[in-house]
Design a protein around this ligand. Structure first.
Ligand code: COA
Length: 503
């Protein structure tokens, strides 16, 4: 076991250096693949050292900007600080940082928003260009070079395979007992050489516990001691609780109708107030032996594992509050039996999502009356975060549930609009839409039937009559009765908001 340093490999011990020394391996315009997924497992010291380097170069009149690839969102100490010094030229595949968001929307940072399951194959195929350096946080390095991953896996396997050089950050704040929780699969290939990925239940392990990296690729090892972002948990508010209740009623109804087993099907849940409310509702509802095949394990899932509501959870990362992290670390031997952390091309793999029949539950920004869902854009043009894994799960799961409060910005915006100003999930992939007003089950309905249900069940009463009026006039115009629209008016609600501050 590790006594002091967690770098036991003699070859790598010789490469231990400070972050300020290690950034000598990173040059202006490099493409850098960093670890990190939803605030977990991101490098804690290289980004700060890069900021110093960028500022020093800027003082000399030179530029320092990198293309930054990660697993998903990271933390202000990575995305935020680098964006603040104008250090990111291009970003992929998902971010939720306010400074990055501002720069993307100002057009000074390029952003490639991708399905999270697809990033690896883009990189393997060479569509993204060359990866110069990988900067990866790990929990420990054994004497024989086996590497224990940290609190997220994300794209780390791909980054270390693709990069010319690898810098490892070994963080002693990550529990050493994470060892054994990971399942890194080395059987992926590009077409035509692909083989089935033999995950038949969320509990199946098909890979290795360790990350393999050729030692000669590792140019620097930096020892760090800093916690993950670990945002505080906010208890579900009233609207989230109402949304959760509609979903729980729907599950009960589906079980009664024989369309869902009493253990449901493996759950995928986004992060945030509404998903948390659904998870705690399942716990209160007396469900047992559920399973999760998802991206992120948040507080609610730990509770459910503890209580037996959930028997197993497969994901690519943790996203915990400080309290939940303490609980995980205190009882990690219990949780290690029930949690599997995989790389994101496997945690989100369409083949597995389809085979397992995942119930996908994700947030939305707006939905139109026909069931097209916008998860990413404000008023058609401004990015919020990105599509994340929602497309991987919604397109391929057996149930794709999208949930949102029926209004935003104190009622000035309706989440249900005549036409979505941007579409991430088409009407073909959206099975259920839920707001605090009610739940619209769109399965098997034609577009006009869907419009009736979405308006009646999901729209806020403030907007319901106007939506009905739009729909009826669109039908009366008889321009096309499959998906009736009045094109000159379809996006007028958005235009109203942009010009008058309300829809
Ligand atoms: N128009 C304009 N702004 C809107 C809006 C709309 N129709 N709907 C919501 N917003 C704003 C809110 O006012 C809020 O703004 P604020 O931060 O300034 O207060 C912000 O968007 C977030 O809304 P909120 O209701 O708090 O939702 P959330 O935190 O649950 O996030 C998404 C909703 C859609 C942004 C989020 O789920 C997301 O990024 N989804 C895409 C990725 C995904 O699904 N990941 C999980 C997959 S595994």
């Amino acid at each position: 076991m590790f006594s002091q340093s967690r770098v036991e490999c003699p070859i790598l011990r010789k490469k231990i250096m400070s972050a300020d020394e290690a950034v000598a391996f990173l040059q202006d315009r490099d493409t850098v693949g960093m670890s990190g997924f939803t605030g977990a497992g991101y490098p804690k010291s290289i980004p700060g050292a890069l900021v110093k380097k960028a500022k020093a170069l800027q003082d000399l009149g030179q530029k320092f900007r990198i293309n930054l690839w990660t697993g998903a969102s990271t933390a202000p100490e990575l995305d935020g600080v680098l964006a603040e010094v104008d250090g990111i030229s291009m970003r992929l595949p998902y971010q939720s940082d306010p400074i990055c968001r501002q720069q993307i929307n100002q057009g000074v940072m390029d952003y490639v928003d991708m399905h999270l399951s697809e990033v690896s194959q883009y990189a393997w195929s060479g569509f993204l260009g060359k990866l110069d350096v990988a900067v990866i946080e790990v929990a420990a390095i054994h004497a024989d070079g086996r590497i224990v991953p940290s609190s997220s896996v994300g794209n780390n396997k791909t980054w270390v395979e693709q990069a010319d050089k690898v810098i490892l950050e070994v963080n002693d704040q990550q529990s050493i007992k994470l060892e054994g929780m990971h399942d890194i699969y080395y059987g992926t290939a590009l077409p035509p050489n692909r083989k089935p990925i033999m995950i038949n239940t969320p509990a199946d392990r098909i890979g290795e516990q360790y990350l393999s990296i050729p030692l000669e690729k590792i140019v620097a090892v930096v020892e760090t001691s800093a916690p993950d972002r670990n945002s505080a948990f906010t208890p579900p508010d009233e609207v989230s609780t109402q949304i959760a209740e509609h979903i729980l009623d729907f599950f009960a109804h589906e079980i009664k109708a024989g369309r869902l087993p009493k253990e449901l099907l493996p759950l995928q849940s986004g992060v945030g107030n509404i998903p948390n409310a659904v998870l705690s509702g399942l716990e209160r509802g007396g469900y047992k032996n559920l399973s999760a095949y998802t991206e992120v394990i948040q507080d609610g899932m730990l509770h459910m594992l503890k209580s037996g509501t959930l028997s197993v959870a497969s994901a690519t990362a943790f996203s915990l509050s400080p309290v939940a992290l303490a609980e995980l670390n205190e009882n990690i031997d219990f949780y290690r039996e029930k949690i599997i952390l995989r790389q994101q091309d496997i945690s989100n793999h369409p083949e597995i999502v389809r085979r397992l029949g995942i119930i996908a539950m994700n947030g939305l920004i707006e939905a139109d009356i026909y069931g097209n869902v916008n998860s990413t854009h404000i008023m058609g043009s401004r990015i919020m975060n990105g599509i994340g894994g929602s497309g991987d799960f919604a397109r391929n799961g057996s149930l794709s549930i999208f949930m949102t409060p029926s209004t935003a910005k104190n009622g000035a915006i309706s989440a249900i609009v005549p036409m979505a100003s941007h579409v991430d999930h088409t009407e073909h992939d959206v099975k259920v839409i839920v707001t605090e007003q009610g739940l619209a089950d769109l399965r098997g309905l034609s577009p006009r039937q869907r419009a009736e249900v979405v308006i009646e069940k999901c729209a806020h009463p403030m907007y319901r009559d106007r939506l009905r009026d739009y729909y009826e006039r669109a039908c009366a115009s008889k321009r096309g009765m499959h998906t009736p629209h009045i094109l000159s008016e379809a996006l007028s609600w958005h235009e109203n908001f942009e010009t008058k501050g309300e829809m």
